[in-house]
Write a protein that binds this ligand. Sequence first.
Ligand SMILES: O=C(O)CCC(=O)C(=O)O
Ligand SMILES: [Fe+2]
Length: 308
Amino acid sequence: MFNKLESLLLKFMPFFSWAFEHRTKKTRQIILNILKFFRNDFYKTEIKSQKIINNNISIPYFEVDKNIGIKKINLDKKLVNECVIDTENRFKNFDLNINTKGKTYLKKITQLEDYDKNSAVFKLATHPKLISSVSNYLGRAPILFNIQALYSSQQINNELSGSQFWHTDSSDLIGLKIWILCSNVGALDGPTICLGKSESDFISKKYFHKHGSKFKNDDIFDKYKDSVVKILGKKGTSFATDTYNCFHMGSRTKSRNGRLVLMINYVTRDSIYFWPCFRKLVSRKLNKNIKNLSNYQKQLLFPISLGL
Ligand SMILES: O=C(O)CCC(=O)C(=O)O
Ligand SMILES: [Fe+2]
């Protein structure tokens, strides 16, 4: 009986999650609190993760102000340099014409499964100093949801779509994305442009913003031209952004060079990616080299690697 009910509910999950994503943040928080009650076991794993993270606590690389949600950060120089070289090499071997799936203005060159546990990128993404920084901001145990090398290519026409419009990411209520620039990024190279959290909250409330929807013109944001943060700089420059709370847009690329960036994405257990209908999507076939992880690393990937 319960199984039948569950499979019926699962069928409607894509609708539920879509409907959930298109609520205001406040409504989402209420729904999440109710759901938490039914997903007690899943949330219990967070306590264990938190303990392991606390046992490995390190001096954080950076601290992100909770009212701002954006910060230019300094990570380990040598490790960042290795990450840049690795990303450049992968980009060189990537045929931009073959991959026609997804967004044309923003190409996904790699994903989490492409990194083995001894790679500089994986080492950085699971570095206790980085994890301490992220978990301090989230106030919770982070989940390393994805690592992606992304390339924004020159756009000839002026038609914008998707994440080129101002939006907040809707898969979670809080999270951090770490950006490592892997090419020199100037204003014309399609940088991500971010508005601080308190201003974003103000706009969100004023316009009853539904978390998953995008602003189809820039009028509201033009007023904030002087206070936005542009994720640009020399190769190796790094930023942390809470794109789940800070309005942002990017890849409005005018230059031929475009932008190559490495993005490490941390979310919480509230993320819709861990809802039953999405679990299948995120039960990844991890690279065999990603197995035999340390206990610490396992906790960071836990809901994913177990394919829960
Ligand atoms: O292309 C960009 O810089 C924006 C990407 C974006 O919206 C995101 O990663 O959440
Ligand atoms: Fe986004």
